[in-house]
Design a protein around this ligand. Structure first.
Ligand code: APR
Length: 228
């Protein structure tokens, strides 16, 4: 029976692939606060601004590739049952070859019907425009969990956390819940690592082995240890 590793990743996982994090660059996009654009209210008030926000991020993603941290996590699958739980909406874990990726906050390359949230589609190209409709004739929206919206996959994610033998948290400021709360679901006796160059000292970290280094360097090193 393989040991189970749960990996919780955040924006820092993709930083070295060239994707900006949210709070490292003060969370601004074109002078909008992310918290003001990625919301149902912003969508209702000014759909075009929200569409453009995600179009720009999809366009940027086309120029980005997985980094050594993404590829190292794939190697873990040789010896462990690896479950990636990511707050990221990019597809870099999938493109690196990870077999088990669960997105908590949605997927940038997917869009869904505003009439029926079960109707989810892969977007061709990087642009979603006003007037792009689903087969039921309703406007398509980004398949992203906006601030204030439910996080449907959190239940499955907490069940995975509760069965982890090893927990590795990478590149997240752990400021956004419920994702950040997943750490508390991991069994007391599980081995926990936290990789983040700016990991703050707080009570949550008391149970974690903190590695204050960039993912691109620290993840391959940790994987080598776990595979040896
Ligand atoms: N390697 C590892 N960690 C890094 C690196 C790196 N090269 N560069 C930055 N970091 C760390 C930062 O120190 C920070 O702690 O990544 C973390 C990024 O934190 P945030 O920008 O807050 O991103 P994240 O935690 O993923 O945000 C959670 O907030 O905006 C919402 O829905 C959005 O999923 C996002 C959620």
């Amino acid at each position: 029976m393989q040991q189970r590793i749960m990996v919780l990743t955040g924006a820092g996982m993709s930083a070295e692939s060239g994707i900006k994090t949210f709070r490292d660059n003060d969370g601004l996009w074109n002078n909008y606060r992310v918290e003001e654009v990625a919301t149902p209210e912003a969508w209702a008030a000014n759909m075009e601004i929200v569409l453009e926000f995600y179009n720009q991020r999809r366009k940027q993603l086309l120029e980005c590739s997985p980094n050594p941290a993404h590829f190292a996590l794939v190697q873990l699958e040789d010896k462990y049952d690896v479950r990636i739980i990511t707050q990221n909406v990019d597809d870099l874990h999938e493109r690196a070859g990870s077999s088990n990726v669960l997105h908590l906050h949605g997927e940038l390359k997917k869009v869904r019907s505003t009439a029926d949230p079960q109707l989810v589609f892969e977007l061709d190209g990087w642009e979603l425009k006003a007037g792009d409709t689903c087969p039921k004739g309703s406007q398509l929206r980004p398949h992203i969990v906006w601030f204030g919206e439910a996080v449907p996959n959190i239940t499955v994610a907490s069940e995975i956390a509760a069965t982890a033998d090893i927990l590795i948290v990478i590149g997240t400021s752990m400021q956004v819940y419920p994702a950040a709360g997943l750490v508390h679901y991991a069994p007391h006796e599980s081995t926990k690592y936290y990789i983040d160059p700016a990991a703050a000292d707080n009570s949550m970290l008391a149970k974690l082995t903190v590695i204050r280094e960039k993912a691109g360097k620290a993840v391959p090193e940790l994987v080598e240890i776990l595979l040896s």
